[in-house]
Write a protein that binds this ligand. Structure first.
Ligand code: NAD
Length: 360
């Protein structure tokens, strides 16, 4: 391919990716599946690899989120940048990444392996043991201040318990809806729609021509994102009640730290112990392995039982456990170098792969 053709293709890809990102990050809507989105990003990455002149700071391959902060919530600057994750889509790529990372660390490392929760990233800042701000990721530097809404989420402590927390620190995690809560929300929508329709019919309206006033939610991730970013302003008492119900069902697992001087821990897994001791929610599914072979086995075993977990997952995040290595390796403009997300193939592809492997 010549440069001009590549430039035209890259520009077309960026345009369509931008539309998907605006819908996903600002409106909580998916115009295409995640796998289709990832394909477009890959195609763009491949062009940028072949023609490095095409790489620019505003390319979606170099950015966190869509760089958009919606109107309504005040902007809030993170004390430390909030990053995304680089992805791999095959075990070979994962092994390759692990090899390079170990080489860069200059010594053997432990691999912290976590479920990749399909939710919405959040940053919580605590001062003197009290929640000061809750902020969405935004473009990684500035997010939306959603502290007010977080007050309605019992899963997010307003005050820490225990003792020994730093005067000020930021923690990062994922807000999500458990499968059971997602279903309960949709049941509530059905019940509300049925009750409203019955009322309208009693008033003489034709049942067939009634609009859908309480639509079903499409998926747990986008519902969690939409719930978190609702505005209380101008809502009727009924709408406020529904908003609180949605917020009250949100769950959180913390999976990282932001600004935090001298965490007083050697490993990230140790940090999770500290957080749990202060009443902050951490995932019970985290594992630490000494070799990448063990990580690969874990990925395979988890992949077969993806739906046994209480929330949706779209992969496994593999991190170097040692915090000193995090400092030594640092980050690119969009992701830390000491972590990677292995993404499972879309479900139907994965099922077929498993069938081939086990010879069904
Ligand atoms: P990402 O979702 O691939 O990974 C980064 C995020 O994973 C982090 O910011 C963090 O919040 C989250 N995460 C979950 N569990 C974690 C854990 N245990 N440890 C650390 N982080 C964890 O990256 P992204 O930049 O948020 O979004 C890109 C992805 O979003 C795409 O690959 C695609 O799947 C989806 N997307 C879809 C569309 C669409 O139209 N369908 C559009 C944009 C993005």
């Amino acid at each position: 391919m010549d440069f001009e053709t590549a430039r035209a293709e890259a520009s077309a890809l960026r345009e369509v990716i931008e539309q998907y990102r605006v819908a996903y990050y600002s409106e909580g809507a998916s115009l295409v599946s995640d796998a289709q989105y990832d394909e477009k990003i890959h195609a763009l990455e491949a062009l940028e690899r072949a023609f490095p002149e095409l790489v620019s700071a505003d390319s979606p391959t170099q950015q966190v989120g869509a760089g958009i902060v919606s109107v309504g919530f005040p902007p809030h600057e993170h004390a430390e940048r909030m990053l995304s994750l680089d992805n791999v889509f095959s075990i070979d790529e994962l092994r390759d990444w692990a090899h390079k990372t170990r080489e860069a660390a200059g010594r053997p490392v432990r691999w912290l392996s976590e479920l990749k929760i399909d939710g919405l990233a959040i940053s919580l800042a605590y001062r003197d043991g009290v929640l000061e701000t809750a902020t969405t990721r935004g473009d990684g530097r500035v997010g939306e201040d959603i502290t007010e809404n977080v007050g309605w989420i019992p899963a997010i402590p307003q005050r820490l318990s225990g003792s020994g927390w730093p005067e000020f620190f930021e923690v990062r995690g994922e807000v999500f809806l458990r499968g059971a809560d997602f279903e309960a929300l949709n049941e509530r929508q059905h019940a509300l729609q049925a009750a409203w329709a019955a009322e309208q019919v009693a008033k003489g309206r034709d049942a067939e021509s009634l609009p859908t006033r309480y639509p079903e939610f499409a998926n747990a991730r986008n519902t969690a994102a939409g719930s978190l970013r609702q505005r209380a302003e101008n809502k009727t008492p009924e709408q406020l009640e529904l908003m609180r119900d949605r917020l009250g069902r949100l769950a959180l697992y913390l999976h990282g730290i932001g600004a935090w001087q001298h965490p007083g821990a050697v490993d990230q897994s140790e940090i999770y112990g500290l957080l749990a001791g202060w009443g902050l929610p951490v995932s019970p599914h985290t594992k630490v392995f000494g070799t990448i072979d063990e990580v690969v086995d874990y990925i395979a075993a988890r992949g077969e039982h993806r739906h046994d977990i209480e929330h949706e997952i779209d992969g496994i995040v593999v991190k170097v456990d040692e915090l000193a290595v995090h400092d030594a390796l640092g980050a690119t403009s969009r992701a830390p170098r000491w972590a990677i997300a292995y993404k499972y193939p879309p479900e139907e592809v994965y099922t077929t792969l498993l069938d081939i492997v086990v010879g069904v």
